[in-house]
Design a protein around this ligand. Sequence first.
Ligand code: CO
Length: 283
Amino acid sequence: MWLVMKIKELQSQISGVNTSDGDGVNMTRLIGTQQLNYIDPFLLLDAFGSDEPNDYIGGFPSHPHRGFETVTYLLAGKMRHKDNAGNEGIIEAGGVQWMTAGKGIVHSEMPEQEDGLLSGFQLWVNLPAMDKMTEPAYQEFSKAEIPIERWENGTEIRVITGSTERGTQGPVKNTYVSPLFMDVSLKSGQAFQQTIDADDNSFIYVIDGELSIGEEAQLLAEKNIGILERGDQISVISKTNQSRFIVISAKPLNEPIARGGPFVMNSEAEVQQAFADYRNGRF
Ligand code: CO
């Protein structure tokens, strides 16, 4: 019997929309817009990156979340986070904070710098209906704690969660949607392959360079997010001298999504309940 792999092709790519969130932080919203509402189970992806303090100095003062997970992955700079469950710390370049808001948390994320480059991502990962009211939880790993798999051809894969084909395991534990989150650097003309669960929804965001995706070799441009078709394998070739991209993948929840600002539940009534609970100090 033949085991036929289906290579994932590029379904579409978009450049996102410029927006401002928190206290005037300028960023590009790639997921969570009218153009691209979500890639189930991923509800939001923001990319921020500026060496102009006015673009980020206001940070994200105290605000609540319920019903999903917020992930901050920093490429450059430092941010201080604090929440009402008693967690506090500084995320530095290459570090990740994976916060399960669950039934409710109030947190802030503020730049721990007054000038210089601050860049990174914020990703929202949905929780299954049965886990939306779970106890809040929190995982944080520094650059040094995130393993790097190095291939003979110079490819470097930083694994935040999930596992590579060669077995490099990311430190973030997540059994809700079992996501894969990798940060890949490729030299010119070099390829990256990763076997993926055929049910997964997957996307790539290009930090630097230009990529050729799948057997159809469609080009995915710098700073664009590329949504991949269903398939068993991600296959990417770098078209530029040095490219860097993130690969994110997980099985979809296929449940109703009701958004209300910082709350994402399954129904409008649950969103209204979240606002009421927050107003009444139940977070
Ligand atoms: Co937040």
